[in-house]
Each structure stands twice: as structure tokens, then as C-alpha cells.
Ligand binder design. Structure first.
Ligand SMILES: [Zn+2]
Length: 493
């Protein structure tokens, strides 16, 4: 779709980073060309010219701007992003070397405001929060790997005291460090829920598809077949107001698991460790629901969070599950997407226990041919995208596990480069499967109708208006999206 000059000029005035790469602009009075997001002084309309590429701008006799580096962008290089990523890698490798957020700022070489802006843009969080999570990850690694005293582990990870370590560990993981260490030999565990946790919304999320082949909700018992690194297991969650009891049971191997080539087999005692990480995502324990609730109220939008301030985004059991939903769910209604998903599962997977099937693996989907899916009412395009993406993963060109550790910006670019994944699917996947906090699935009808109702707009906002209206929720746009999806739904009991 070609943009008009007037639209492009408006994007330049808005410093719209989403338009970077879609066009470049030159300023005849200064002789330079820039990215749409350039923060330099805005040119007068009569002096501006637009170019599809940097080569076209150079051919017109213009030079690259030294502020926004349009040539680097065009080459795919992004030196500021690379600097931030290197800094975060340093923090994660040795969190104890950074006493606090100020230490991260000092190490960065940027000013405080700029560092906060960069962490928000590229990691959807603050330096202090990223540091806390790096410490907890370091501690978890130590807890899984050895028997050092808890005080030593806390100090090595950089925690100022054992009680700070304990409090944060329990809040974000639902169990104590000692209980986490015990997972190595466990077949089950109990996760404590934070105050005000919305069990009704969790129940709704877990029982959304009554005909699902992989999960089932009966009363307060949720059973789900999931893929862990060693193969499929059966998870059973017993829901209660203050805690969730989890049991992990190894399923009999299915066709797909046997066929998976090069499957890495970790020691079997790590089943509960892996299941715990999955359950934390399912419950959304590591999301900052409280901060979002405060923000919504501060914005005068208490109705958005009324009676569900603690709402969390239920993460898909695996990134591949999220990817299947993101591709299958494009441009069709949810009930037909569920039908297609069931047909895919029946075709590539087998029953694990009772009537529950193991979810499809990338290897199993990669082995399909388009006609297998066309016969099951998939469109030619969807079938092509699913198989091609599964082959990228099975062939090692797309590493789903690595996405979580990437900056949000890098993860987004990596996923956008996959054919068949557009801006909506990528942002959906990032918020539902990768846990990024500031995603906006632009074009989502639940978001636009939610905004229209919340803000009493005469009509549904278009792309630009949606982007502008959602900007106030940064860096919590994923939770804002989840709340907008629930806005006109009945409150669950
Ligand atoms: Zn510039």
C-alpha cells in the first residue's frame, strides 16, 4: 500500500518508528536524509522530499543524517540496540556486579533518561526489573545445579539479603527457593497464588475450548497434555483460592515424539522443574498486574480494570503452540480456528492418556505436505505458512527457545522475517507465548472495539488512532490488550 505525501509528512511529525524502513525523507534546505522517527528538528513541508530507499536519497544528492543513521537501519545494523543488548547480556551473565539500576546506567554510557527509554523500548521493562529477574534466574540456575546454602546463592546472585531474595522469589515463582530446589526429585508441587488472584478468569482461560483435544477442565481440576523437552507429559492442576496443586505424569511416547530427530534428553528428574516454568506462565505469576492497575487508575480509566485489577495473560504451554494459534487464527473466527487446530492435532499426534492428545511438535508438522492440510479445510496459504514455519524450526533456522532471551525488538524483527507472520501475529505471539509486556496486536478487533467502548468513541479507531490511544499504556500494552479483550465480557464467578 502506497502512502501519500501528506500521510508520510504526518508520520514524520509524529516521529513514528513504526514507519522506519517504509520510506525515508530528505530535507532540501539542509541536504540530509533521515528515518521517519528522527528526533532532529522537524522540516518545513515545502522543504521535504520522500524516498523509497537510501540509495534514491543519495542519488538525489543528499547525505545521511548523523542523528538517526538511516544507512545503518537500511543495512539492518542498529548500533544503539546492539549496545543495549550487550549491556543486558552483561547484566544477565553477572547480576551481582550491578548493585542497582544506577550501576546499569553508569555502565551504559548513556544518560539516565535515555537508558530508561531504551530499556522500555527494547525490553519492555525498567533496568531495576530486568536486574531483579536476572538475579532470580541466576539463583534458579544455582538451585537446580547444586547444594550451596541459600544465603550463598542469594549473595552470589547479588541480593542484598536473604529475606529480599525469599520475598521476590516467592512472589514471582509461587514457591520458596527451598521448594524450588526440591523440584529436582519431585513429581508434583504446590504454587501459592498472590493476594487477589482472579481464579475465575484463570478458569475461563483454561476452559475456553470445551472440545479441545489437549486440555480438559472438570470442576476445579484442569488436565493438559503438554510437550516438555523429553516428550509429552500430562499436567494436572487442582485449582483452589490460595494455591494450585500440580502433578506431572510422564505420558507414553507418541508417534510425534518418537519421530523427533536429535531430541535432547535431559535427566528425567528435571520434569517438575520444566513443568514449574510452564505453570508460572500459565498462571501469569511473573506479570506486573498491580503496576498496570495503578497506571489505569492514574489515567482515569478505572473502568478498564474494574473487578479484574489482577488480570493476567495466560501464556500458551509452548512457543510452538502460540505460533500454531497465531497462524491458524489469522483472518478466521475463533470457533473455526479451533476446528482446524483439532484436525491438525488428530492428524499428526496420538492420544497420550484417556482422550487427551499430545500437542503437535515442529517435527511432526514439518513432515506434512500441503495436501494433508488442504484435505482438512486449511486454506492453501495457511497450510503453506504452517509447514514452512515448522520446517524452519525443525531445521534449526528459527530457534523458538532463543526468542525469549532476545530483546523484544530483536524477537519482533526475527519473527517479522518469517513468511506468513505479520504485525498482528507477531505481537500476539510475543504477548501470549513469549511474555513480553508491551505488545500491541494492531488491527485486533477486540482491541479496537474495546477502545471504542472504553473511550466512548463515535467509531472504531483505525491503525493510527489505535497506536496513539494505546501509547498511554506503555510499557504495559500487553495487559492493556488483555483488559480490552475482557471489557464487555461478563465477570466470571
Ligand atoms: Zn535524522
Amino acid at each position: 500500500m502506497r502512502m501519500t505525501n501528506a500521510t508520510m509528512f504526518a508520520r514524520v511529525l509524529a516521529s513514528d518508528a513504526g514507519c522506519n524502513g517504509r520510506f525515508f525523507f530528505g530535507v532540501t534546505s539542509t541536504g540530509i536524509y533521515c528515518l521517519p522517527a528522527c528526533r532532529a528538528k522537524k522540516p518545513k513541508e515545502k522543504n521535504i522530499r520522500f524516498f523509497p530507499t537510501v540509495e534514491a536519497a543519495r542519488a538525489a544528492g543528499l547525505r545521511a543524517c548523523k542523528k538517526c543513521h538511516p544507512d545503518d537501519f537500511a543495512r539492518g545494523a542498529d548500533p544503539v540496540l546492539e549496545t543495549v543488548e550487550a549491556l543486558v547480556a552483561e547484566v544477565r551473565a553477572n547480576p551481582a556486579a550491578f548493585a542497582d539500576a544506577a550501576a546499569i546506567v553508569r555502565r551504559s554510557g548513556f544518560g539516565t533518561t535515555r537508558v530508561f527509554e531504551l530499556f522500555r523500548q527494547h525490553y519492555h521493562t525498567t533496568p531495576a526489573d530486568l536486574l531483579l529477574r536476572a538475579r532470580l534466574d541466576a539463583a534458579k540456575c544455582a538451585l537446580r545445579g547444586g547444594d550451596a546454602p541459600l544465603a550463598t546463592i542469594a549473595a552470589d546472585a547479588g541480593f542484598e539479603s536473604l529475606s529480599v531474595f525469599h520475598g521476590n522469589f516467592r512472589r514471582l515463582n509461587g514457591l520458596t527457593p527451598a521448594a524450588y530446589r526440591g523440584l529436582r526429585e519431585a513429581r508434583g508441587f504446590t504454587v501459592a497464588l498472590p493476594d487477589g488472584y482472579l481464579l475465575g478468569y484463570l478458569r475461563r482461560a483454561l476452559s475456553r475450548d470445551a472440545h479441545s483435544l489437549t486440555e480438559r477442565m472438570e470442576g476445579d481440576v484442569y488436565t493438559s497434555a503438554v510437550q516438555l523437552s523429553t516428550g509429552p507429559v500430562l499436567l494436572t492442576l487442582r485449582l483452589a483460592p490460595e494455591q494450585i496443586q500440580v502433578e506431572v505424569e510422564r505420558g507414553s511416547p507418541t508417534r510425534s515424539a518418537e519421530n523427533a530427530p536429535g531430541r535432547r534428553v535431559p535427566p528425567s528428574d528435571s520434569l517438575a522443574v520444566e513443568a514449574h516454568a510452564l505453570v508460572v506462565g500459565l498462571l501469569g505469576l511473573d506479570q506486573d498486574a498491580t503496576a498496570f492497575g495503578r497506571l489505569a487508575k492514574r489515567l482515569g480509566l478505572a473502568r478498564l480494570v474494574a473487578e479484574r485489577q489482577e488480570l493476567r495473560i495466560t501464556q500458551t504451554p509452548s512457543v510452538f503452540d502460540g505460533l500454531l494459534w497465531a497462524i491458524i487464527g489469522q483472518q478466521i473466527n475463533l470457533s473455526f480456528a479451533r476446528v482446524l487446530m483439532r484436525r491438525l492435532i488428530e492428524h499428526v499426534s496420538g492420544p497420550l492418556a484417556g482422550e487427551l492428545y499430545a500437542p503437535p511438535t515442529p517435527a511432526a508438522v514439518a513432515a506434512l505436505e500441503p495436501h494433508d492440510l488442504l484435505a482438512r479445510q486449511f486454506s492453501r496459504q495457511k497450510a503453506g505458512y504452517l509447514i514452512a514455519t515448522a520446517r524452519l524450526i525443525a531445521g534449526g533456522q528459527l530457534d523458538l527457545a532463543a526468542l525469549r532471551a532476545m530483546s523484544a525488538t530483536r524477537a519482533e524483527r526475527t519473527l517479522l522475517a518469517v513468511r506468513g507472520l505479520g504485525a498482528w501475529s507477531v505481537n500476539y505471539l510475543m504477548m501470549r507465548a513469549l511474555g513480553f509486556a508491551d505488545c500491541l496486536p494492531l488491527g485486533d478487533t477486540g482491541v479496537t472495539s474495546g477502545l471504542q467502548s472504553l473511550l466512548r468513541l463515535d467509531e472504531r479507531p483505525d491503525f493510527d488512532a489505535t497506536r496513539r490511544l494505546m501509547a498511554v499504556f506503555a510499557p504495559h500494552r500487553s495487559l492493556a490488550t488483555a483488559h480490552l479483550w475482557q471489557l464487555n465480557q461478563p465477570i466470571p464467578v
